[in-house]
Design a protein around this ligand. Structure first.
Ligand code: 5GP
Length: 188
């Protein structure tokens, strides 16, 4: 059986990346979401084993030592996120295409490993100002976390040229339909 492909979405927090990934997953395309592991607390709307595998810092550390991660990052101070090799291999071997919602460095690491089998997409907010507004509206962050996310976003924007494709999320519906076309072309 032909191995599946990897579609990797990365973006600064608040760029609308997750909305685009969720939209694609609702389109009945042959795509399976890569469920990451994280040590950050579960949000009220999230489910264990659906949005993330929520691990304690100790459990996460043990998996690092065991070499269980394809990649992992301390995305925010004290908050670890990682892609489990076993999850991804299982899906790719079944011939499934896997879609990732990861941070910028994680995305570039996965792209480096899988090269032509992977498509790395960068979702860009129209401006840093727009991004600030989106994060405030989402209302999931405290003031300190908001500042950290914005500082990080500014840094992450500098990596856009390293990606295969950049989608500018000015109007979400357009960005979603652009993303769908790009993904369909890649997996056909
Ligand atoms: P959130 O806490 O908002 O769910 O995610 C924070 C950031 O971590 C997002 O940019 C998300 O894409 C990223 N992220 C989620 N899972 C992974 C992962 O497995 N690896 C890496 N490197 N980043 C991840």
């Amino acid at each position: 059986m032909e191995r599946g492909k990897l579609i990797i979405f990365a973006a600064p927090s608040g760029s609308g990346k997750t909305s685009i990934v969720k939209y694609l997953l609702a389109q009945h395309l042959p795509l399976t979401f890569s469920i990451s592991a994280t040590t950050r607390p579960k949000r009220p709307n999230e489910e264990e084993g659906v949005d993330y595998f929520f691990l304690t810092p100790k459990q996460f550390q043990e998996k690092i030592v065991a070499g269980d991660f394809l990649e992992w990052e301390e995305v925010y101070a004290g908050a670890y996120y990682g892609t489990l090799k076993s999850e991804v291999d299982k899906l790719l071997e079944k011939g499934e295409n896997v879609i990732f919602d990861v941070d910028v460095l994680g995305a570039l690491n996965i792209k480096k490993i899988y090269a032509e089998q992977a498509l790395a997409l960068f979702v860009k907010p129209p401006s840093v100002e727009a991004l600030k507004e989106r994060l405030k509206i989402r209302g999931t962050e405290c003031a300190e976390s908001l500042k950290r996310r914005i500082d990080k976003a500014t840094y992450e924007l500098s990596f856009a040229p390293d990606f295969d494709i950049t989608i500018i999320n000015d109007h979400l519906e357009e960005a979603q339909s652009d993303a769908k076309q790009i993904v369909l072309n890649f997996i056909k």
